[in-house]
Design a binder for this molecule. Structure first.
Ligand code: FES
Length: 141
């Protein structure tokens, strides 16, 4: 459950921002890991938008979640440079359960040092091999 006071605090922080919807949604997602129905309702009310408008933005962008993640998810780059640097072989070394904890993304800006991943707190990790990726899944930071 997202604490309503925290959503209100985030809304207050962006109240004077032009076009605050995306920054507010990003801040809510960063704090809670997802954007709940209640948060969308509060954001819509505070920004004088319809709930459909807020829902439309949340559902449009792949990075927003409407449900809490079942487990920490690590974003693993599937971009071309990371593929060229051994992504496919890396994936074959991961178990099915480990692979389910990996969310594919396309380029984290670390192309020269891939395969690359991003942990739930935004930390980036480069030159991954099976051991370091497994360690990141066990202790995402
Ligand atoms: S392609 Fe993977 S970081 Fe750019």
């Amino acid at each position: 459950m997202q604490d309503q006071d925290n959503v209100t605090r985030i809304l207050d922080a962006f109240r004077s921002t032009d076009a605050p919807l995306l920054p507010v949604l990003q801040a809510v997602q960063a704090e809670f890991g997802f954007v709940s129905e209640a948060a969308m309702r509060e954001i819509a009310n505070a920004l004088n938008l319809s709930r459909a408008e807020v829902y439309g933005v949340v559902s449009f962008y792949h990075d927003f979640r409407m449900e809490p993640p079942a487990q920490p998810v690590v974003k693993l780059c599937h971009g071309e440079a990371c593929q060229a640097r051994g992504l496919r072989q890396l994936l074959t070394q991961m178990t099915r359960i480990e692979q389910e904890q990996l969310e594919p993304v396309y380029c984290l800006g670390l192309c020269a040092v891939g395969p690359a991943a991003m942990s739930p707190n935004g930390g980036v990790h480069a030159r991954l091999d099976a051991g370091s990726l497994r360690q990141l899944l066990e202790d995402p930071r």
